[in-house]
Design a protein around this ligand. Sequence first.
Ligand SMILES: [Mg+2]
Length: 416
Amino acid sequence: MSKSKATILIVDDAEYNIQTLSNILVNQGYDVLEATDGISAIALANTHIPNLILLDIRMPEMDGYEVCLHLKSDLNTQHIPIIFISAIDSVEEKIEAFAVGGIDFINKPFYLVEVLARVETHIRIGSLQEQLLEQTKLLESQNISLRKEMSNLTGLNWDLYADLKESIDNQELRLFYQPIINLKTGLITGFESLIRWQHSQHGILSPISFVDLMEATNLVYPIGTWIIETACQQLQFWHKHFPNHSDLTVNVNVSTKQLTEFNLVENTRRILSTYQIKPNCLKLEITEVTVMGDRDRTLQTIHQLKDLDIQFCIDDFGTGYSSLRRLTDFPIDVLKIDRSFIQNEEWVIVKAIGSLAFTLGKSIVVEGIETTAQLQMLKTLFSSSLDKCYGQGYLFSKPLNAEDAFQILENSQPFI
Ligand SMILES: [Mg+2]
């Protein structure tokens, strides 16, 4: 900003001081406004919005501090830098001047060079701040357009990306736990952990709104580790409180991409040891897509985790066209039969998947059990293998927060 365009408001009850300062500043090309009391100073500041105010402290009726407080509490004028002027060179006075919002202090009598140097410096700082603000606004609007363009191109919600990055630190991620019930005994044998995001503006988000974004960026790694760690910490808590549930298990869903994480095996080993979890109490749920994917790399990681004695489930089994041969290649312990077969009452397929699983030495979890009729049908279908047959669904319980899950374990009532 050139000097000729910078406007300075001088406020002093002594005409002589105003004239002296005014002469110095006008000679340097500044536009000058003058006020001899607080009320007119506030009025002038509001109508002209000067670039800087030189404000005397000692004035009758309204002193400089009061004027400053008025200006700083008004959205219209609070950004205007204020330099205080005083004849008294006291530390207390300077502290008060900064406390009410002043940015600098000049003592009377004035030294021409000092006044100009301070005025020029603050005008320059003000101008740089304005430029910075403009550039920030420009960048923000460019960012919004860029996010929109990326969202259109990728089909992902990039507006959520910055928030998702902060979600762990902001403690916005939560795990919910859905009970898994043994169909023979009706007792809880474990929980599947399910992530929810308590977003500050959008409320509780289910993974469907952010899982693709998490996968497309590398956020699946830290968030995936957070899930394993939180689930294991929770399981340790349950084991401690319920010694009769010492074999309680927790399931964690892991994606194909997560299985490619360099540190996954080491992180999992560390988490199990930190929370003293028996490895076979942790069950990782993978999908058929994982089983069908980059076989060597994924298999290697799964075998390393399996060597720790961690259990593996194939989630939503029956919907992903997996090759049956892969079932014997992968060290899988559990097939989770997709809910669609139960909902559509495709009992022949349910029976066939169960028989396949039992023949291969695996157990099953039937997902999406919602009615007693469905439960009765399953008990009839699998009457000879009910001990290897588990169920999950709203008939037993919806996913619960940690406190409600604790209550269910405390009640210790069979579900069947
Ligand atoms: Mg699952």
